[in-house]
Design a binder for this molecule. Structure first.
Ligand code: LLP
Length: 420
């Protein structure tokens, strides 16, 4: 459910016409709906209302790290799941309290560990023996104690795209299940470390609750085994991963309520605080990439709609071959079939192949839907195309929450040695 709707024949974000935003900031531009972000945060929290203890929902900052977006979600009571010092600084800058921040990621540097300990965040999720021992050394040197969870690799097939599956034995993430007990016991004995629990995240854009349930069942068994060994477990982080609808023609993914009911059933009696790290579910449908049609050209075998947005602005279709709905801002009657591309010099710079859309002409505005998660944050300046702005709409207001990068700003980072 989102708040991008046609009103009077024109697509609006809440109360603001997208053409008005295009006039204000130009195109391409990412547009986010505050009401949609709030609604998703509330729906997810409500779905978890039946748990034994109030959970911590930590938004996966990687999905949309804009400070204004994080501030809005922080006001909804969400914490932050971060994977770099940059993301941690963004969460803190957005006013998310340190005790709602969890630091995940398969390769934390010593500098990142120091920064996390200095900030006093809630927990670090440790992903290897080496990382645990180095964290112990870093924390001891600072005279601090790091609360940690150990990320488990539960060896479960999440049945999603291979590039975003993280819970199979051959994936780089987490510690194999059969080594957790020994590592947890070692953690409990190490200086500067207090193990508080375990974590798992098996993949993203999941359309099936069964693999999540299988992973959670394994975590539950592990909690019992750890406790039987005399170890203390007070938190379990169940990660993120719930899928969202990108293609309106496909059956929808499981709802947050279905997910919440499954979690409540599987985790009953665990006696821990649960944590969640949703990213896409919160932000995905809350954003669109607004673009202008530069030209419509007829090739030998296909018609092409060339947009001013490209793979550098939204890389998901190129990188994963995935579907984003494409809609005209002012739909014209009828239908055309076209291949929708950007101006970047690669054949892979393609948003959709042979897609039926309403007819578009040069100068028309279109939206690439469901671009609020893993959109702007994965953008690059490839082909020396400046990063595009981000705009937050709230009711009938809008605000530029990230300005368009200028070519001067892009050039400014380059240096030419005096021997050239
Ligand atoms: N927690 C951890 C440890 C993660 O690695 C991720 C995502 C999440 C939470 C959030 O997952 P979500 O709820 O958003 O599914 N760029 C890809 C997605 C990569 C996801 C990486 N990890 C895409 O555009 O589909």
């Amino acid at each position: 459910m989102d708040f991008f709707e046609l009103k009077g024949g024109e697509m609006h974000a809440e109360g603001v016409a997208l053409s008005a935003i295009a006039r204000d900031v130009g195109t391409p531009a990412y547009i986010y709906s505050a009401a949609t972000l709030r609604r998703h945060a509330q729906v997810f929290r409500q779905a978890l209302a039946g748990l034994d203890q109030p959970p911590l929902v930590a938004f996966a900052v990687k999905a949309n790290p804009n400070v204004a977006v994080l501030k809005l979600l922080g006001q909804e009571g969400l914490g932050a799941d971060v994977v770099s010092v940059g993301e941690m600084r963004r969460a803190l800058a957005a006013g998310i309290p340190a005790d709602r921040i969890v630091f995940s990621g398969v390769g934390k540097t010593s500098d990142e560990m120091q920064a996390a300990l200095a900030a006093g965040i809630l927990q670090l999720n440790v992903e290897s023996e080496g990382e645990l021992r180095r964290l112990s050394a870093v924390a001891s040197a600072l005279g601090k104690t790091a609360d940690i969870a150990i990320r488990v690799n539960p060896d479960v097939d999440a049945r999603t795209l291979a590039k975003i599956s993280t819970g199979k034995a051959e994936n780089k993430f987490g510690v194999p299940l059969d080594r957790i007990e020994a590592l947890y016991a070692e953690a409990a004995a190490l200086p500067g470390i207090r193990p508080v629990g375990i974590a798992a995240h098996i993949g993203s854009q999941l359309f099936d609750l069964a693999p999540l349930e299988a992973a959670y069942v394994k975590l539950g068994e592990l909690v019992s085994r750890l406790r039987a060994a005399g170890l203390t477990v007070t938190r379990v982080d169940l990660g993120g991963g719930l899928g969202i609808p990108y293609d309106p023609k496909l059956p929808p993914p499981p709802s947050p309520a279905d997910y919440g009911a499954m979690v409540a059933r599987v985790t009953k009696g665990w006696g821990v605080q649960l944590m969640f790290e949703p990213g896409r579910l919160i932000a995905g449908n809350a954003g669109v990439l607004l673009a202008e049609v530069i030209t419509v050209k007829t090739g030998a075998t296909k018609s092409f709609v060339v947009l001013d947005a490209a793979m550098n602005d939204l890389i998901r279709p190129t990188l994963y071959g995935v579907y984003h709905d494409i809609r005209a801002v002012r739909p014209r009657p009828g239908e055309m079939v076209a291949t929708i591309v950007g101006p970047v010099c690669e054949t892979g710079d393609m948003f959709a192949e042979d897609r039926a859309i309403t007819p578009v002409h040069e100068g028309d505005l279109i939206c690439l839907m469901t671009a609020g998660a893993y959109g702007a944050t994965m953008a690059s300046t490839y082909n020396s195309r400046p990063l595009v702005p981000e705009v937050l709409v709230d009711g009938d207001r809008h605000f530029v929450i990230r300005k368009r990068q200028t070519i001067e700003e892009m050039l400014e980072l380059d240096r030419v040695p005096d021997w050239l």
